[in-house]
Design a protein around this ligand. Structure first.
Ligand code: PLP
Length: 658
């Protein structure tokens, strides 16, 4: 587990069992021995056919652990409660969940249900998000906040005002000055008094990837000048009492406490100034940004980690706000945070299987390497002789240089029709083998002899991959941030963790896109640079090899796209089984998109497609070749079955190949 740094990024939710499998501790540090959930056992259970008591699902699968989500919610709330208590802060904490992080209904409903005792609310950034938040919060606490962010039109504002009318604690956060006119006119029209907040554009900026959101040139929020203009307009309209909230968002993954302190202090002073100008200020919404430790380094210097805990984050916020308010003699506000990433990243694990492996080392036949050099020009024959001489003398650098010349020249000859495909194949393999041998550095080998096998000998150069593992997954669907912004998620085999992994594999997905690969891995670095491969176990014929992508519960599902029409994966909820030790319960949340579903998204109608095929088959007798086979029925039945099947590869009858 130290190879993958599981104990660092995984604590207190993920660990490795004595049997070498990944386990989930659903209650975090409160999980008792025997309550751990074995991921491999869950995958085996849900992938068993229904007739044998399973759910008949195929990987890739998202496993959700609602108890982990509950624990995260509780940790956030109790961190603020404790900080408020210890600092003598005269206000309370009301968290909201930004639904954009994961709008999936079971996730949002769980948050509202779990958060009801401490009035946890929701944040929306668009009209559809507002509608789902409104309806879900009808079953939440009446005190829970419904924060409306994002750019707004009259319809959005109308919905937000109606949310107040139906008793929800809805706040309209102005992103732009022009939205105020709409809010005032709509509220007059509907006779509903709004609660207004301002999103401030802070000058504090953080240097991480997500820091672009903040700073003077940030995309969002109101400048000091615009805030002053809005205050004056509200005063003139006699509505300064409606202005009750100040909101800001410094960007996701705030790297360190000093940066957090800077931003919160700046915002707290703006809050105080608004209160001193006569606004009825009550709430300071600090946005999101509470980071998580993806790479297990717990360091603000890493682009994939942060240098603080949730508890330290909460304490820093409370202290910064209290200091500003005490200095200016303003009552401490209720604190609200919109943490998304920190709340839900841990509760989902994406499990996928490996379909096959390509060795990057070249194939060495039993007869060793024997170049078929018949018909190649004389000068290349000399290069070939040199290659063999170098290899025999264990000069692999020299042998590889010869192989480079051969490969380059022979490719040219092939293009001119002067070489056979079989010869080109041998030369390409030789090139791969010599590259692998050079990387290994040393070997006592005899090219051309029976016992030559550079793969088993010599010291290994651990900086280069020696295999490509083909994974049953679309990067663009299931971990889009790895492609879009270079995000690194912990990826770990969920079995055989008691065995030393000897293969250095790059991971290549199902899409026909060269970007469809994972090329940075947690725990795999050399001189501070991440390596492009992961240490994994060799594939065993007939046995599935499962891997998990962890900490991907935020943003990935919503951002995932239909590249190559690979659809959403199925989702299963997993709980510990009450008081039964070593047990778990599963329930299917959804099946993921079928082939028919993804075609419909692109406006193909399965029934029309079937009719088109039927007409085509019936329009000609030429499909009937008199062999008694009913082509129409076979085609139509196969197509109908395909519409309801998953978009990913079925490995039921095809265990991984080596
Ligand atoms: N609030 C706002 C306004 C945001 O833009 C975001 C994300 O970018 C969040 C909250 C959630 O941030 P995080 O996931 O870092 O907690």
């Amino acid at each position: 587990s130290s190879l993958y740094r599981i104990d660092s990024w995984g604590a207190p939710y993920f660990s490795v069992s004595a049997a070498g499998t990944m386990v989930v501790m659903p209650l975090g540090s409160d999980t008792k021995p025997g309550e751990e959930i074995d991921l491999l056992a869950v995958v085996k259970k849900v992938s068993k056919p229904k007739t044998k008591g399973g759910l008949g699902l195929q990987t890739p699968i998202i496993l959700r652990f609602p108890e982990v989500l509950h624990d995260r919610l509780w940790r956030l709330q109790s961190s603020f409660n404790n900080a408020i208590l210890s600092e003598g802060y005269d206000g309370c904490f009301r968290g909201v969940f930004p639904v954009k992080c994961n709008q999936d209904r079971p996730v949002v409903e769980s948050i509202v249900e779990f958060g009801k005792p401490f009035n946890f609310g929701l944040e929306a950034g668009s009209k559809p998000e507002l509608l789902l938040a409104m309806t879900t919060l009808c079953r939440g606490s009446a005190e829970a906040l419904l924060v409306c962010n994002g750019y707004k039109d009259a319809d959005y504002i109308c919905l937000a005002l109606l949310a107040r009318r139906i008793g929800l604690n809805c706040v309209i956060i102005l992103e732009q000055e022009a939205e105020l006119d709409l809010v005032l006119s709509m509220s007059r029209k509907l006779g509903i008094e709004p609660v207004i907040g301002l999103r401030s554009k802070l000058s504090t900026k953080h240097g991480g990837h997500f820091g672009e959101t903040s700073g003077d040139n940030g995309k969002f929020g109101l400048s000091c000048t615009e805030i002053m203009a809005i205050v004056n307009k509200l005063r003139r309209a006699g509505k300064l009492g409606c202005l009750q909230v100040l909101h800001f968002h410094m960007g996701s993954q705030i790297p360190s406490l000093p940066v957090l302190n800077d931003g919160v202090s700046e915002a707290a002073h703006i809050y105080c100034e608004l209160a001193l100008m006569g606004a009825a200020m009550k709430l300071l919404d600090i946005g999101g940004g509470l980071g998580i430790d993806y790479d297990g380094t717990r360091s603000s210097c890493s682009d994939m980690s942060v240098g603080y805990t949730i508890e330290e984050y909460a304490l820093q916020v409370v202290q910064a706000v209290r200091n500003a308010c005490d200095l200016k003699g303003v009552k401490h506000p209720t604190l609200c945070s919109e943490s998304g990433r920190a709340l839900i990243s841990h509760h989902s694990v994406l499990v996928f299987d490996v379909l096959s492996c390509d060795s990057n080392k070249g194939t060495v036949t039993e007869n060793g390497i024997s170049l078929d050099i018949e018909g190649i020009p004389h000068d290349l024959k000399i290069v070939n002789t040199n290659l063999i001489r170098c290899a025999r003398a264990c000069d692999y650098k020299g042998a590889f240089e010869c192989a480079e010349v051969l490969k380059h020249r022979c490719t040219e000859l092939f293009k001119q029709g002067q070489l056979r495909l079989s010869q080109l194949a041998t030369i390409n393999e030789t090139h791969k083998v010599m590259h692998a041998a050079m990387m290994k550095g040393k070997s006592s080998t005899h090219v051309g002899s029976m016992d030559w096998n550079p793969h088993n000998e010599g010291s290994d150069n651990t900086q280069t991959p020696n295999a490509t593992y083909h994974i049953n997954l679309s990067i663009f669907r299931s971990m889009p941030d790895t492609w879009a912004i270079g995000q690194v998620f912990p990826i770990v085999p969920i079995q055989r963790l008691d065995e030393e992994p000897k293969v250095r594999a790059t991971l290549s997905d199902l899409t026909c896109d060269s970007d469809g690969k994972v090329s940075s891995f947690v725990g795999h670095e050399m001189k501070g640079k991440r390596l492009n491969h992961l240490k994994v176990h060799d594939l065993q014929a007939g046995k599935s090899y499962y891997m998990g992508m962890f900490l991907g519960g935020a943003y990935q599902e919503a951002l995932g796209s239909l590249h190559n029409l690979f659809g959403s994966t199925c989702v299963v909820n997993v709980w510990k089984n009450g008081s039964v030790k070593h047990g778990f319960r599963v329930s299917r949340v959804n099946n993921g998109q079928s082939i028919g579903d993804v075609l419909k998204v692109m406006h193909y109608e399965p029934s029309e497609m079937i009719n088109t095929l039927k007409l085509h088959l019936e329009s000609s007798s030429h499909f009937d070749n008199g062999d008694g086979i009913d082509t129409t029925t076979i085609v139509i039945q196969k197509v109908i079955r395909s519409f309801s099947s998953p978009t990913y590869l079925s490995t039921y009858n095809h265990p991984p190949s080596k």
